[in-house]
Design a protein around this ligand. Structure first.
Ligand code: FAD
Length: 378
C-alpha cells in the first residue's frame, strides 16, 4: 500500500485517503466501511495528532460537554453502548471525546495511522493523486516520509491548526503574552492579571467567565456588538441561517464567513448572570496595542498582561495548494462536499458541515459520492 518517497503512481496504491480523524474523517471512514470498502487497504485514514479525539484532544481542560458545547454522536456510536448525551459532565470534554473516538476506531477497526501528517497532495503525470506523508513522532530527528498514491482524497483536516489572529497596530510592541484559543490551557495561568479577551463567540465567553473565577480582571473587545439570542425561540432558526451562509460561500469559492456572526450567542442563565455582574459586557475593538495594554480611538486605555485572541479559525488547506483549488476570492469552491474544480477531492467538515452534526451528515453524503466516483473509475 505505502510506497517509498519518489515512486509515483507506478507504486502500489490505495483507492481513498482520508486526511484527518476528527468527527468528519471518522464519519466518512465509518460509511465507507459500511458500504463495503476495507479499512487499511481500500481506504487509509491518517492523522497528525498524537492521539484520538481530533481537535477535541487539544481543547482547554475546563471545557465540558453541556449546553454551550454539544457533541453529536458519531454514526454507529450507539452500537458501542455510548452516547455523548449521557457522558459524565464533570470530566473534561477533551478526555471524553478522545476516549469515545478511541473506542470507536477500535470497534470499527478503522486503522487510523498516526501521528502522520500530510504535507502535500499533488497530481502525478498519469492522473493519480500523490499524497506525501511525514511520520511526526515528536522527536527532534527528521520526520520519516512516504508517498501514497490514490484515486480520491477526502480532506477532513478541520480548522484547529489554523487559528486566525487579526492585525492591529502595535501588535509586535506588546510586552505581555498573546495567545489564541488553540493555545489557551487554563485560566489559572492568569490569576491576578489584567487580561483582554478578543472575540464575540462561545470560546471568548467561556474564557471570560473562567478568568473571573481565577481572579483575573478582564476586558472584552468584539468587532461587532454581541448579539444575544433567546435560546428557545431563535436558536434553531439562526443556526439554519448560519449554515445557509456557509453553504453559499463554499459553493461560490468565497472565504468562509464567521459562524458566530451568523448565529449570535445564546442568552443562557450563566451568561445572563455574567452580564449582570459586568463581566460579559463587550466593548468595540480597540484601535491599537501598546506595550502594556490596548487603546481605543477615543483615547481610553485598558492595561493588559495578556491578550487572548478568540477570533476564530480558518480551514487548513495548505497541503492541497499544488492542486490549485483556491479561487481568486480566497476560498475553495465546494458543493455537497466535493470540489467543483477537481471531483476527486472531497471536503468533509468544511463550511456548512463544520459542526459535529454537519460532519456526521457529511460522512454519509461524501461516502456515497466516493463510491460512485470509484465505480466510474474502474
Ligand atoms: P477536527 O476535529 O479538527 O479534526 C481534524 C483532524 O485533522 C485533526 O485530528 C488533525 O490532527 C487532522 N489534521 C489536520 N491537518 C492534517 C494534515 N495535514 N495531515 C494529517 N492530519 C491532519 N462543534 C459542535 O458540534 N459542538 C461543539 O460544542 C463545538 N465546540 C467547538 C469549540 C471550539 C473551540 C471550536 C474551535 C470548534 C467547536 N465546534 C463544535 C466545531 C468543531 O470544529 C466540529 O464540531 C468538529 O469537532 C470538527 O471536526 P472535524 O473532523 O472537521 O475537525
Amino acid at each position: 500500500m505505502v510506497v517509498a518517497s519518489g515512486a509515483p503512481s507506478a507504486a502500489p496504491r490505495t483507492r481513498v485517503v482520508i486526511i484527518g480523524a476528527g468527527q468528519a474523517g471518522l464519519s466518512v471512514a465509518y460509511y465507507l466501511r459500511r458500504f463495503g470498502l476495507v479499512p487499511g487497504s481500500d481506504f487509509v485514514v491518517v492523522d497528525r495528532g498524537p492521539s484520538t479525539g481530533g481537535a477535541w484532544q487539544f481543547r482547554w481542560r475546563a471545557l465540558r460537554l453541556g449546553t454551550a458545547h454539544k457533541v453529536n454522536d458519531l454514526p454507529g456510536l450507539a452500537d458501542l453502548g455510548l452516547s455523548f448525551d449521557t457522558a459524565d459532565r464533570s470530566v473534561p470534554a477533551r478526555d471524553i471525546v478522545s476516549d469515545y473516538y478511541d473506542r470507536y476506531e477500535r470497534y470499527y477497526d478503522l486503522r487510523v495511522r498516526r501521528p502522520v501528517e500530510v504535507r502535500r497532495v499533488d497530481e502525478s503525470s498519469d492522473g493519480d493523486l500523490v499524497v506525501e506523508l511525514a511520520h511526526t513522532s515528536g522527536s527532534s530527528s527528521p520526520a520519516e516520509t512516504e508517498t501514497l498514491t490514490t484515486e480520491i482524497v477526502v480532506n477532513a483536516t478541520g480548522t484547529w491548526g489554523s487559528p486566525f489572529r487579526p492585525y492591529y497596530p502595535g501588535r509586535d510592541d506588546f510586552a505581555g503574552r498573546q495567545l489564541t484559543t488553540a493555545e489557551y490551557v487554563s485560566a489559572d495561568e492568569f490569576a491576578g492579571q489584567d487580561v483582554v479577551v478578543v472575540g464575540g463567540g462561545t470560546s471568548a465567553i467561556g474564557f471570560l467567565l473562567e478568568l473571573e473565577r481565577a481572579g483575573a480582571t478582564t476586558t472584552w473587545a468584539t468587532r461587532r456588538p454581541v448579539e444575544w439570542f433567546d435560546q428557545q425561540e431563535l436558536g434553531v432558526e439562526m443556526g439554519l441561517a448560519a449554515v445557509g451562509e456557509q453553504d453559499e460561500a463554499a459553493k461560490r469559492g468565497l472565504a468562509l464567513p464567521s459562524i458566530v456572526s451568523g448565529t449570535g450567542v445564546p442568552m443562557t442563565r450563566r451568561n445572563r448572570a455574567g452580564i449582570d455582574r459586568g463581566v460579559l459586557v463587550d466593548r468595540p475593538m480597540f484601535a491599537s496595542i501598546e506595550k502594556d495594554g490596548v487603546r481605543w480611538g477615543d483615547g481610553s486605555f485598558a492595561p493588559a498582561d495578556a491578550i487572548i485572541w478568540a477570533t476564530g479559525f480558518r480551514p487548513e488547506l495548505r497541503h492541497l495548494a499544488p492542486l490549485g483549488l483556491r479561487s481568486a476570492e480566497g476560498g475553495v469552491a465546494v458543493e455537497r462536499g466535493v470540489s467543483t474544480v477537481d471531483r476527486r477531492v472531497f471536503f468533509a467538515g468544511y463550511g456548512p458541515q463544520a459542526s459535529t452534526i454537519g460532519a456526521n451528515r457529511a460522512g454519509r453524503v461524501i461516502a456515497r459520492q466516493v463510491l460512485l466516483a470509484l465505480s466510474r473509475s474502474r
